[in-house]
Design a protein around this ligand. Structure first.
Ligand code: UDP
Length: 331
């Protein structure tokens, strides 16, 4: 089976490519390398550099490769940035998905697994969040992902393109040779680990006045390799059932920002100084997902659920790659 991974040079996408190659899938990667890294792409994958908004480029890939299914990670994903520059998000995320679906339709490709987000739910009325709860994003990023899902729903009805949308929160962990490398880094765990490495003086906690036990935001963390297992199960699900569906992925357990910092101190043995800062725009206080449906329907069984494993695996990558992929232009 030939699988096209859009955004396969990014943090999450590159882990998908490794698992697909290891499981014997012929893996084709498309990435514009705006935030991805060429060095993150498995050497046995076929790589095309280009932008999914460029339909002629996409068509040339579909022409050369016999694509059986698509896994879509090619989106901007920063909450803060999406509040400052929402049009960037509508352009790359929503329009990028539109051009992908158009080209899939032209070439008769009927299956897409979509890397969505639980930010589609916004501030939940209760946790853990199930797929039945209402979607009402509190930030532009979540709004674009919801729009992408809705576009897929109508393309299913009109063209029979079947999709599985996977809604998840905070991805953590890494495998030895690839890991998380964003510039600038905005995510909690890599920033904490940069403090542990001495690259930053402290971690700023964005708000200590949330309605949570210690006042800091609670998030559901998932190991990147567990997450990718769900994406590959979703491909199987599409093949097996020919049905579209939406699944939440999470650990049904949340950790506060302070708990994460504490766990990182234990794992790394470094003091990791913290400071309290302002709230970050668009941040819901508490996000925890129920994964019961993914477990029951797709047979997903996450096995790397301890926060120490996730931080420990991320730490192995950061310790051995203090400058990430070391491929930044102009540095
Ligand atoms: N966070 C923080 N300080 C930082 C980065 C993140 O307090 O330097 C908080 C952020 O407000 C959120 C949580 O950590 O509550 C996770 O943020 P991240 O950006 O990693 O992921 P997101 O929840 O936005 O997907």
């Amino acid at each position: 089976m030939n699988v096209l991974v859009l955004g396969g040079a990014g943090y999450v996408g590159s882990h998908a490519v490794y698992q697909l190659v290891e499981q014997g899938y012929r893996t084709i990667v498309v990435d514009n390398l705006e935030t991805g890294h060429r060095g993150a792409v498995h050497e046995e994958a076929v790589f095309y550099q280009g932008d999914i908004r460029d339909k002629d480029f996409l068509r040339s890939v579909f022409e050369k490769e016999q694509i059986d299914g698509v896994i879509h990670f090619a989106a901007n994903s920063l909450v803060g940035e999406s509040m400052e520059n929402p049009l960037k998000y509508f352009d790359n995320n929503v329009y990028g998905t539109q051009s992908t679906l158009e080209v899939m339709n032209e070439f008769g490709v009927k299956h897409i697994v979509f890397s969505s987000t639980a930010a589609t739910y916004g501030e939940p009325e209760q946790v853990p969040i199930t797929e039945k709860m209402k979607t009402d994003p509190t930030n532009a990023y979540g709004e674009t992902k919801l729009a992408m899902e809705k576009m897929m729903r109508w393309c299913d009805e009109a063209y029979g393109i079947k999709f599985v949308s996977l809604r998840y929160f905070n991805v953590a962990g890494a495998r030895g040779v690839i890991g998380e490398d964003h510039a600038p880094e905005t995510h909690l765990i890599p920033i904490i680990l940069q403090v542990a490495l001495g690259q930053r003086e402290h971690i700023t906690i964005f708000g200590e006045d949330y309605d949570t036990p210690d006042g800091t935001c609670i998030r559901d963390y998932i190991h990147v390799d567990d997450l990718i297992e769900a994406h590959i199960l979703a491909l199987d699900y599409l093949k097996r059932t020919g049905e579209s569906n939406i699944f939440n992925l999470g650990s049904s357990r949340g950790f506060s920002v302070k708990e994460m910092i504490h766990a990182a101190r234990e794992v790394t043995g470094h003091p990791i100084p913290e400071k309290i800062g302002e709230r970050r725009a668009g941040d819901p206080s508490k996000l925890i997902a129920s994964s019961e449906k993914a477990k029951k329907v797709m047979g997903w069984e996450p096995s790397r659920t301890s926060i120490e494993t996730m931080i420990g695996d991320a730490w192995k990558w950061h310790e051995t790659h203090p400058n990430g992929y070391d491929d930044r232009k102009g540095e």
